[in-house]
Write a protein that binds this ligand. Structure first.
Ligand SMILES: [Zn+2]
Length: 199
């Protein structure tokens, strides 16, 4: 129906999360209408992001270069480590202004049905970091849903024998929800009210 290049753009846009065929079509036609300069700025932003942004070699947060801003910041407390599922959760925790430690990003949560086990997550890297010795408390800040709770329990069992304090963010967060969507006040309280886990 459309010229091939336009059709291929509609197809690509339609593969993006949350974008259905109608929206893909609307965005493609919008880009067709705007100036080349405006459209190419978007293309350039994608290329630049793909070239420059990768994973932090220590915590697996997104990073431009080898270390993310938190691992590179000497003012962050190395004694407290907050374990999250996704880099977007770091943004949520930072907004609470309740946490001054460092992070570790698992890059997902345990989900046996989808074939996600500990080996598919950054678990061995986390344990290796803890062996390093400077961490005293690990805050398990995984999502308050089934997979997040299972992941927290698994990690607590793996970490406790190392003699470290292991805490879990308090309940009060909407169950089944995503940290990413929690408001900063609720998440801040959940962090403050974290309780120690015994495994
Ligand atoms: Zn990092």
């Amino acid at each position: 129906m459309y010229a091939a290049p336009l059709r291929s753009l509609v197809d690509e846009l339609g593969r993006l999360p949350g974008i259905g065929p109608k929206s893909a079509q609307r965005i493609a036609f919008h880009l067709l209408r705007v100036s080349s300069e405006d459209a190419l700025r978007l293309a350039d932003a994608i290329v630049t992001m793909k070239e420059r942004v990768g994973s932090c070699t220590v915590c697996f947060n997104v990073a431009e270069g080898e270390l993310c801003e938190f691992c590179a910041d000497p003012r962050r407390d190395t004694a407290v480590l907050c374990v999250v599922e996704d880099p977007r959760d770091i943004v949520a925790v930072e907004k609470t202004q309740e946490f001054r430690g460092r992070y570790h990003v698992l890059q997902g949560s345990l989900n046996p049905i989808e074939g996600v086990g500990p080996d598919q997550l950054r678990v061995s890297e986390l344990l290796a970091r803890l062996e390093g010795g400077s961490v005293c408390e690990v805050i398990l800040c995984t999502n308050p849903n089934l997979e997040g709770e299972a992941t927290a329990m698994y990690l607590a069992r793996a970490i406790k024998p190392m003699g470290l304090k292991v805490t879990r963010i308090a309940s009060g967060l909407p169950v089944g929800g995503d940290l990413e969507y929690a408001d900063e006040l609720t998440l801040g309280r959940a962090l403050e009210g974290r309780r120690e886990l015994d495994a």
